[in-house]
Design a protein around this ligand. Structure first.
Ligand SMILES: Cc1cc2nc3c(=O)[nH]c(=O)nc-3n(C[C@H](O)[C@H](O)[C@H](O)COP(=O)(O)O)c2cc1C
Length: 440
């Protein structure tokens, strides 16, 4: 059985190196000799820029030429895929998420419904099973639940036949070999615990609702962070952040907008993180990448959490997460991740806004000039900014308004599929290229 390990282990996190050694030992014990480990901590790797070229320009291949080409080929060839990572707010670290975001070339852009929600069709005949081995210093069942939920959503999204997840912590080292064995041996079917869409909606609401703070202090300063990796001026997140900014400024707040790429260069990153950490209210406006926040904002949140350690004044954190599938329920795990970040960074969680069907809102026309599928977004932002400027958490009404579906999901899927077809036509490719299998 061929196994690929995407490892975030490094000398800086000895516990992860021990976990990786135990994993190798367990694989040997099972007689699995074909093991390839990618040491991501020491591998220069670009981040996904969110332009979907790997679907509509070079179908099945990322346009960036770096180690990810080997990684994607290895995951394609493998029977089993394992990530070894330091659990970061319930999700992957920046180091590992960079590699995971770029796996979307392994699936097809076409939509289909699986386990109550829209997903993508397979590109290849088979996929590796998905296993997630996480480590955190101290036990935190709620974070461990998010890690397991993320592994399950990823496995479903990437069409893995089986899924297994575990979180190790330093209070129970004796139990690590057993936990690793169970994670590897798991034959759980991805999405097997999904009852129906209503249950997913409940999980989304639970993650989205903020702390009950009553009427607090109106924020004087607001820091908006655009999490999209797309070029400046082309992302929906940037457009949404601009519409939020206008509302906050009209209500009298001072607003600074930063971009997740600002956190890449070490010199600028710490300065930007400090500026964000000093604001009364922090709002992350981001797309969803593989069921979680993308690699770039993961790095930004890690640095902001570090910067918050030196701030003693109370501040609040909220989020707006938009996703490409029509159902806002897809954002539930990412909302939980931002909520865990909020706790780690000593913010009060003011709640999250889930926006499904991001493809129906234009990134290039100011939001307030758009009608139809954008109208519920205006209304939700009016309510949300009103709540936040009154010192409150987001109201249920604001969250539900953002989560409304402006069109039937089936229509969205149809329009989306036609959209991919039009893009390959514009790129002078044949329609059949959309289903290319360059790695077979
Ligand atoms: C690498 C990658 C992974 C994605 N994964 C998901 C996903 O798991 N679920 C989903 O609904 N949308 C997913 N999307 C779609 C984006 O969330 C969607 O296109 C979003 O509207 C982009 O927002 P932006 O313009 O602000 O970047 C993904 C997009 C990319 C590029």
């Amino acid at each position: 059985m061929a196994t690929v390990v995407l490892s975030g282990a490094s000398a800086a996190i000895p516990a992860l190196q021990i976990s990786l050694d135990l994993l190798r030992h367990e694989l040997r014990r099972r007689g699995d000799a074909d093991v390839r480990v990618f040491d991501l901590a020491s591998t220069p790797l670009g981040y996904c820029q969110g332009e979907f070229d790997c679907w509509v320009k070079t179908p099945g291949l990322c346009r960036a030429h770096d180690a990810e080409q080997d990684i994607v080929q290895a995951v394609h060839d493998a029977d089993r895929h394992v990530t070894v990572d330091a659990v970061t707010f319930g999700g992957y670290s920046y180091t590992v998420k960079r590699a995971i975001d770029r796996l979307i070339c392994l699936i097809s852009p076409f939509f289909e419904k699986r386990m109550s929600l829209t997903h993508h069709e397979p590109r290849y005949e088979r996929a590796a099973s998905w296993h997630a081995l996480g480590w955190q210093p101290a036990p935190d069942p709620s974070i461990a639940d998010t890690w397991a939920a993320l592994a399950d959503a990823n496995a479903l999204n990437l069409l893995a036949p089986h899924v297994g997840a575990t979180v190790l912590d330093d209070t129970s080292r004796d139990a690590w070999p057993r936990a690793i064995g169970d994670m590897l041996g798991s034959d759980a079917v991805p999405g097997g615990t999904i009852v129906d869409r209503a249950a997913l909606r409940e999980a989304m609401r639970a993650a989205a609702i903020g702390a009950d703070v009553g009427n607090g202090h109106p924020p004087r300063s607001v820091a908006l962070l655009v999490g999209s990796a797309k070029a400046r001026g082309t992302s929906l997140s940037e457009n949404l952040a601009a519409a939020m900014r206008e509302r906050f400024e009209r209500a009298g707040a001072t607003v600074q907008t930063s971009f997740a790429v600002d956190f890449l260069r070490d010199d600028r990153a710490r300065q930007t993180a400090q500026a964000v950490a000093a604001a009364d209210l922090f709002v992350l406006v981001t797309p969803l990448y593989i069921d979680a926040i993308p690699a770039l904002p993961t790095r930004a949140l890690t640095l902001i959490a570090e910067a918050r350690r030196t701030h003693t004044t109370p501040a609040r954190c909220a989020a707006l997460i938009n996703c490409g599938f029509p159902e806002p329920e897809h954002t539930r795990t990412a909302l939980a991740i931002v909520r865990h970040f909020s706790t780690a960074a000593r913010y009060t969680w003011a709640g999250g806004l889930p926006l499904g069907g991001g493809g129906a809102v234009r990134p290039d026309v100011p939001l307030d000039q758009q009608h139809g599928p954008a109208e519920h977004v205006h209304a939700a932002l009016d309510l949300a900014v009103g709540n936040l400027m009154a010192g409150q958490s987001l109201s249920r009404e604001a969250i539900e308004q953002m989560a409304r579906s402006p069109m039937p999901d089936v229509l969205y899927r149809l329009a989306g599929d036609l959209g991919w077809r039009y893009q390959v036509y514009k790129n002078r490719l044949a329609q059949a290229d959309l289903r290319a299998r360059p790695l077979d």
